[in-house]
Every structure is written in structure tokens, then in C-alpha cells.
Design a protein around this ligand. Structure first.
Ligand code: GDP
Length: 727
């Protein structure tokens, strides 16, 4: 049977109109894993028993224990619809906010998603986040309302009430689509009549939709009757989950041929009329190879396997590919696709498929690979969240250090949202990520899978240094006193940061006039907008001088000084954010020998530091929004827990005897929240978090926090003064 299945896949992969590349997204616990496994089992790709154990998409041992899906794994299945077979590639997307980068990357490889919503809980914050990510990447949604059995068995709703509740979910999802993607709303809105929504139970393996009802005769009334009689087995036989849901996928989600016509211009910024642009738009197997890597997985036999979406061309072993973003060239060793959860190697794989490649040793998740050396990389993936938590990690046994360094390198490659750095002052390795859980999971991986005993520090938040007002002009002199830089710093409007983040602007390549216009709209003066030289991690550098000799040839060094200052600010060597640095005047030695890096960089850096210290310097700290649902009688315990953590309650919604508290709290205070809330509510709370940006540290705590960081980094235990940075 496996042989027959391989033959089918081999045939279908050459018929892109019969391929669907899709993902499943959901708020945690709404049933994504159960749905994925039962679709796979229903399509005959894994046995029913295995599906029961949720083995495939949650294959990571720790994932199962924690009950969350961490790795975007890939599975493929074959399904028959109206007498034709289709190849459905399912990319698993992690549901937890701590893994935001993985979610966004997986979104690049798919053309459509099933949004799963629990019928009892309705649309939740994470539903909104993942739907937004999908829509932003031009990925089309369909809706599966899950756990409908609970409406009848637990809430004992009448058929009318049930219908009302389902309509409410649809309305809410449509409202989100309308708000987030108005230009596509007409085409993409969810409609009961056309079957772009299905209702059912992933756990009990049945589903209904209007088109399915016409064939099976099973509609709402019948569902109600069967469930009242607790006769779901009959229901699963008459209107099976996988058939209804996969029919919906095939009918409503686009094939790569259809999708690539529109998606390429959203995810790729090269010239759409170039031969490679057109090859992708047409999903042309004869075009140059355009491959976007979404994930690096480690296979026990083959080693590193790069998984990605092939937008054009055909991949074969022996081919040489440029890893464009890394300026490297690798030879393809093997190529393959997935069958169920297994990877199978093939002589070639054409455009439109999700492909697994061995040999691309320089590729990381997010890389662009092509047969063309000058291929424009896919727009760098936008991560919704930035690393906000860090911890020190060391090998228990010093002999393991080289192995640990290698493993850290590997992990950073698999997950670009994980940052690994060496603290020069203390010699320890630091790992930074999106949240406490994100780091814990990685550390567990090092322990369990790599067998290295490690010691970690408790998690620490990463602050940002910023300024609150305009500094006076500060003079920075080079060590040889022959060069002088006059610097002013001031707060950078949030809109400017937003602009760079959202539009991925490259200052050197951007159209000057257009860039100036945008920057002025975002709040820079004309002078600043014209003189902008660099954007770096939420900070900008503007040269507002006129006619200074030798400045042009010195600019790269000045920018380097700016970047060094921004990556470790004056207060506590934390990264800076929201700082506008202006060069207002400068004097340079006529002989290039006297204005080299050792002169320019420290002079610029010192002047920026001294200016920042006179511009109302402060720390920003990361915040999280927390959603906690508990029975009414436990509300007091929850609000106490929030308030003890400098938290602020924003809203409360009650439904039945449950109440959802929406609060905001600093990440620093949220460490250990999982345990605290569990014991405060006897395990009855359901909760989730979302990143909520940065806010200033309260004045009363500022000095204490600065000193904590300085102490940890082995810096002098004194507040720094401007003079400290001027020669
Ligand atoms: P995920 O976090 O979205 O992957 O959710 P899971 O698939 O792990 O499901 C979360 C919980 O909901 C598990 O305990 C499932 O057994 C349960 N569940 C999933 N689907 C259904 C359903 O249709 N009905 C009921 N009653 N429970 C379900």
C-alpha cells in the first residue's frame, strides 16, 4: 500500500493544480493537533490508533508533555474530491506566542489555512494573532468550528442557540478579515452557503458543512439528534471529519498555480516582470530554482534537512544552489517530499511543492536558495515579536563546552528568533528569545536530545535604553584630538520605527524622494529625512551638516560608531531603542591616516553616550498582555496575582460562570506566573499571553533596575555620568 501511495504522490506532484499547501492555525487547546492527526488518519496516512496518541504533529517528546506544538513539522496526504485525487501538504504551525517566528515562517510556505475555533470559547486572542499573520502573508483562510459536541453535551444548548453561537463565531472571524484585509474581504469572507466553513468535532471525527449536507443528508437537526443520543460513531461514519474538511480545503483553498499569481508580489520584492519573477508567478518547473526555506529539521540519519516551498524550477540531486542571503553556494545531495509524516527521496521535485533537501548546509530557516546568484531574496520575514528574555547557559562539565557551542549554533540556525551571544565581560554564553517558555524549551532540548548537562541562570528581561528629551550639543574628540564630532540626540517618533519595520526599507536602495516623504509623514524634519544615513534596531542616524570635507569617506566609520553605541547603551549596556542621533557639525583631519577607525569610532560613540545621558535617559521594559479565564469565584485570586506583579487589569468579560480577565504586566514580573496561577486557582485557569511592546520603567524603580543589570554584567556599581564617556 505504501508503494501505491508513493506512486500517487509522484504523479500528483507534477500536477500543481491538484496540490494544496496549507496550515492549521488556532488558539491553544482549540483542537489543532487533534484535527491534524485525525485528518491524516482519515486520509489513510497513519493508523487510527496512532492518531489517538497524537503522535505525528506533536512528535517532540517535550511537546507532548507540555501539550503544545513546537516544531513546524510537515505531513502530506492524498484525498479524493469529485473523482480526482489531490496532494495536500500540511505544514504544522506552532500555536504559542513564544514561537512567533516559527508561525510566520510556516505561513510563507502555505497558500491557505484552516482556522480552528473552539465553539464554546469562540474567537480568542491567539486566533486573532495567527489570523493576522496569515492575512498579512496573503494566505487565504477557511474556518473549522470545533468541539461542537460540547455545545450539546456540556452547555445543553438547543439547536437554535447552537446555531446562534456558530453564527457568532463566523461573524467575528469575518469582522477580523474585513479589518485586516479589506481589499480581499468580498472574496475571502466565510460563508455557510458555499462551505467555506465546517462545523464538527475533531475528537469524535465528524464534521458537517452545507455542501456536505447535500450529499450525506446530515445537517444540524441530524447532528443534534445523534449527539443527544450520544451516537457520535454513527455520525463519524455518515459524515466523516476528514472528508468534509479536506473537501473544504480542496474547494476553497487555492492551488499553487492560482496562489502564486497573487502571492509572489506580496512576499517577493524583486522585479515581477523579470524572467525569474514571471517563472514564480507561473509556478514554472522549467524556470530558475526559487526556494524559500521555512525550517531546518534534524534527521537522525540524514542530518540537517532543509524544508521549504519551491516557487519555481525543479530540484534535483547534484544541483548547485546559491544560498542568496548568506552569500554561499551548496550542492544538493538529495531531494524529497513527505508521505504522511515520512520523508521520501525522489529523483526530482518540481515547482509548487513542499520539498525536503539534504546538502544545503549554509541555509537557515528563512533563507532563499536559487540557481541564480543574483536572485533577490524573499523579503526578510517580519517577526511580530523581538527577543525580550535572556538567560546565561554553561556546560556543567567544562569538557562539554565545545559541544555546547556547536549545539547553540545549531539551535540558532533552526530558529532565527533565538539569539546566542557571548558576554565578553563574563565569558558566559547568553541565549535570548521571545519568552520564558521559548528558552525553557530550547534548554530542555539541549539536555534531552543532545545529552549535555547544562546550568542556566534564571531568566532575565532584556531592557531597552532610550531618551525622553533633546540633549544639548555634545562635542566628541578623537583620541588624537584631530577630529571632532558634534552630536545631538533626541527621542525618535514611534511612527518612524513602525515605518522601517513594516516596509523593510533599505536606505541605500530606496527612492530618495519617496523615502523623504514617508519619513516626514512619520515625524522627521525635512533636514533629518534628507540626511538619514542609517536605521539600526529601532534607532536612526541623521547627518544634518552641510559641506564638510572628507565627511563622505568617513561616514562608514561614523555609522559603525553609531551602531556600537546603539547595541549597548550608556546606562547598562542594554540595546537602545527609539533614539534619533544627529550629527550637527564635525571637523576632520585632512590626512586619512589620522581619521581611521581607532579615532572615529570611539569619538562618535563617546559623544552619543554623553549626549544620551543629558537627554533624560531611561529604560524601557517589555510588557505582556495576559488573558486569563477562570470560574467567577476565583476572580479574586486572579486579580491579586496580577496586582502583585505590577499588572494592570484592562478588561473583564463574563460568560456564564466563567470570567475572562484581560491584563497587562511587565515581562520581568511574569516569570513563574504559570506556577503561581495554577496554585492560586487550583489549576482551573486557562491563560495565554501576547507581547505588548515596551514601556518606560517607573521612575521609582529605575535606579534599582539599572544597578541590577550593571551588577550582573560586572560593570561599576555607579550611575554613569556624561564625563565618563568624554576624553
Ligand atoms: P491544540 O492545542 O489546538 O493542538 O489542541 P489539541 O488538539 O491538543 O486539543 C486540546 C484538547 O481539546 C484536548 O484535550 C483534546 O482532546 C480536546 N478536543 C479536541 N477536539 C475536541 C472536540 O471536538 N471535542 C471535545 N470535546 N474535545 C476536543
Amino acid at each position: 500500500r505504501a508503494k501505491k501511495m508513493i506512486d500517487k504522490i509522484k504523479e500528483l506532484m507534477y500536477m500543481p493544480e491538484r496540490i494544496r499547501n496549507m496550515g492549521i492555525v488556532a488558539h491553544i487547546d482549540h483542537g489543532k493537533t487533534t484535527l491534524s492527526d485525525n485528518l491524516l488518519a482519515g486520509a489513510g496516512m497513519i493508523s487510527e490508533e496512532l492518531a489517538g496518541q497524537q503522535l505525528y504533529l506533536d512528535f517532540d517528546e517535550q511537546e507532548r508533555e507540555r501539550g503544545i506544538t513546537i516544531n513546524a513539522a510537515n505531513v502530506s496526504m492524498v484525498h479524493e474530491y469529485k473523482g480526482k485525487e489531490y496532494l495536500i501538504n500540511l505544514i504544522d504551525t506552532p500555536g504559542h506566542v513564544d514561537f512567533g517566528g516559527d508561525v510566520t515562517r510556516a505561513m510563507r510556505a502555505v497558500d491557505g489555512v484552516i482556522v480552528v475555533v473552539d465553539a464554546v470559547e469562540g474567537v480568542m486572542p491567539q486566533t486573532e494573532t495567527v489570523l493576522r499573520q496569515a492575512l498579512r502573508e496573503n494566505v487565504k483562510p477557511v474556518l473549522f468550528v470545533n468541539k461542537v459536541d460540547r455545545l450539546i453535551r456540556e452547555l445543553e444548548l438547543t439547536p437554535d442557540q447552537m446555531q446562534e453561537r456558530l453564527i457568532k463565531v463566523i461573524t467575528e472571524v469575518n469582522k477580523l478579515i474585513k479589518a485586516m484585509k479589506p481589499e480581499k474581504y468580498k472574496e475571502w469572507m466565510i460563508k455557510v452557503e458555499d462551505g467555506s466553513v465546517a462545523f464538527g468535532s475533531a475528537l469524535y471525527k465528524w464534521a458537517v458543512s452545507v455542501p456536505a449536507m447535500k450529499e450525506t443528508g446530515i445537517g444540524f437537526k441530524e447532528v443534534y439528534k445523534y449527539l443527544k443520543e450520544d451516537n457520535w460513531r454513527e455520525l463519524a461514519k455518515k459524515s466523516p471529519l476528514h472528508r468534509v474538511v479536506l473537501d473544504m480545503v480542496i474547494k476553497h483553498l487555492p492551488s499553487p498555480i492560482e496562489a502564486q499569481k497573487e502571492r509572489i508580489k506580496v512576499i517577493w520584492k524583486g522585479d515581477i516582470n523579470s524572467p525569474e519573477g514571471q517563472a514564480m508567478v507561473k509556478c514554472d518547473p522549467k524556470g530558475p530554482v526559487a526556494l524559500m526555506i521555512t525550517k531546518i529539521i534534524i534527521d537522525p540519519h540524514a542530518g540537517e534537512v532543509a524544508v521549504g516551498r519551491l516557487y519555481s524550477g525543479t530540484l534535483r540531486p547534484g544541483m548547485e544552489l546559491y544560498i542568496v542571503d548568506r552569500k554561499a553556494k551548496n550542492r544538493v545531495q538529495t531531494v524529497g517530499v513527505f508521505m504522511g509524516p515520512k520523508r521520501i527521496e525522489l529523483p526530482e521535485v518540481p515547482a509548487g511543492n513542499i520539498v525536503a533537501v539534504v546538502g544545503l548546509k549554509d541555509a537557515v530557516a528563512g533563507s532563499t536558495c536559487s540557481t541564480l546568484e543574483n536572485f533577490t531574496p524573499f523579503e526578510s520575514i517580519k517577526h511580530i515579536s523581538e527577543p525580550v528574555v535572556t538567560m546565561a547557559i554553561e556546560a556543567k562539565n567544562p569538557r562539554d563546552l565545545p559541544k555546547l557551542i556547536e549545539v547553540l549554533r545549531q539551535l540558532a540556525k533552526e530558529d532565527p528568533t533565538l539569539h546566542v551571544t557571548l558576554n565578553e565581560e563574563t565569558g558566559e554564553h547568553l541565549i535570548s528569545g521571545m519568552g520564558e517558555l521559548h528558552l525553557e524549551v530550547k534548554v530542555e532540548k539541549i539536555r534531552r536530545e543532545k545529552g549535555i548537562e547544562v546550568i542556566t541562570s534564571p531568566p532575565i528581561v532584556v531592557f531597552r535604553e532610550t531618551v525622553t528629551k533633546t540633549s544639548p550639543v555634545v562635542e566628541g574628540k578623537s583620541p588624537n584630538r584631530h577630529n571632532k564630532f558634534y552630536i545631538v540626540v533626541e527621542p525618535l517618533p514611534q511612527e518612524v520605527i513602525q515605518l522601517f519595520k513594516e516596509e523593510n526599507i533599505d536606505i541605500r536602495k530606496a527612492d530618495k524622494k519617496e523615502l523623504r516623504k514617508k519619513l516626514m509623514e512619520a515625524g522627521l524634519t525635512k533636514e533629518e529625512a534628507d540626511g538619514i544615513q542609517d536605521y539600526y534596531e529601532g534607532n536612526v542616524f541623521c547627518d544634518v551638516t552641510k559641506g564638510i570635507q572628507y565627511l563622505h569617506e568617513t561616514m562608514d566609520l561614523i555609522i559603525q560608531g553609531f551602531r556600537e553605541a546603539m547595541s549597548a547603551g550608556p546606562l547598562a549596556k542594554e540595546p537602545c531603542m527609539g533614539v534619533k542621533v544627529k550629527l550637527v557639525d564635525c571637523k576632520l583631519h585632512e590626512d586619512a591616516v589620522h581619521r581611521g577607525p581607532a579615532q572615529v569610532i570611539p569619538a562618535v560613540k563617546g559623544a552619543i553616550y554623553a549626549a544620551m545621558l543629558q537627554a533624560g535617559p531611561t529604560l524601557l521594559e517589555p510588557y505582556q498582555k495576559v488573558y486569563i479565564t477562570v470560574p467567577q469565584d476565583m476572580l479574586g485570586n486572579v486579580t491579586r496575582e496580577i496586582q502583585a506583579r505590577r499588572g494592570q487589569i484592562l478588561e473583564m468579560r463574563s460568560e456564564g460562570d466563567l470570567v475572562t480577565v484581560i491584563a497587562k504586566a511587565p515581562v520581568k514580573e511574569m516569570f513563574g506566573f504559570a506556577n503561581a496561577i495554577r496554585s492560586a486557582t487550583a489549576g482551573k485557569a486557562m491563560w495565554s499571553v501576547e507581547h505588548a511592546g515596551f514601556e518606560p520603567v517607573p521612575q521609582a524603580l529605575l535606579e534599582q533596575f539599572i544597578m541590577e543589570v550593571r551588577k550582573r554584567k560586572g560593570l561599576k556599581l555607579e550611575l554613569p555620568k556624561p564625563e565618563d564617556f568624554l576624553p
